[in-house]
Design a protein around this ligand. Sequence first.
Ligand code: NAP
Length: 236
Amino acid sequence: MAAAANGPIVVVTGGNRGIGFEISRQLAARGARVVLTARKTTAGEAAIEKLTKEKLAAEFHALDVTDGKSIAELRDFLKDRFEHLDVLINNAGIIAKGENDALKVDLATVRATLETNTLGPLHLAQELAPLLKRSKSGRIINMSSGMGELSDNSGGHAAYRLSKTALNGVTATLAAELRGTVAVNSVCPGWVRTDMGGPHANLDVADGADTAVWLAMDAPQKLTAKFVRERKVIPW
Ligand code: NAP
């Protein structure tokens, strides 16, 4: 083992690939007790195996963020296993196939994108808040995107943009309701070379994971209700 896993207990959604896997990797390397979740068991177990080969430990639990039963099962598992939770990283996200400009996008595409990118994180926060409140430094980190920034909107990819703007709304509202107990922030990871970001993105996954890992492990607990990129607060 690289480090004794006695650090914070962290749940990462969409941990099987991309930024979520890298966040899990970096957290495990720093001794966090990572619960790596994925909707496909085979993909989640393969991710754990990859970490094991690097002598890193994480625990897998199945989670589809759009499925209430799956969220309840994760909650019950965490309650039995740890009795509390320190950090929830809502990383899982999609850009749907039917993506388009706001004037053209099919509303079914918007609804499906909201289900994963916005309502999934909200539902997880609802179910896991009681466990997060038992932590001495509870944190929720919502993987948003610069494409959800109201102050810098160039149009296009409307379903995704709206879902991330709404996710920022979830962040601000939860932060207000949880002030003094759980810090809640949104992150823009930058443009990152993953399946979603594509091969031409300017950042590698290590850089893309950095701010979320910093918020999970190092940021001051009083930092809450913010939108953060490269460890700095940016406009909503
Ligand atoms: P990615 O490579 O496409 O990975 C997305 C992850 O989300 C996968 O693990 C996927 O699982 C999971 N996922 C999707 N729907 C899910 C569901 N219903 N339940 C559970 N897991 C689900 O994307 P990424 O680039 O790593 O992006 C991670 C996050 O960063 C996303 O929220 C994204 O919007 C955000 N972001 C990315 C960029 C970028 O440039 N890459 C920029 C800004 C923001 P499967 O393998 O099962 O599909």
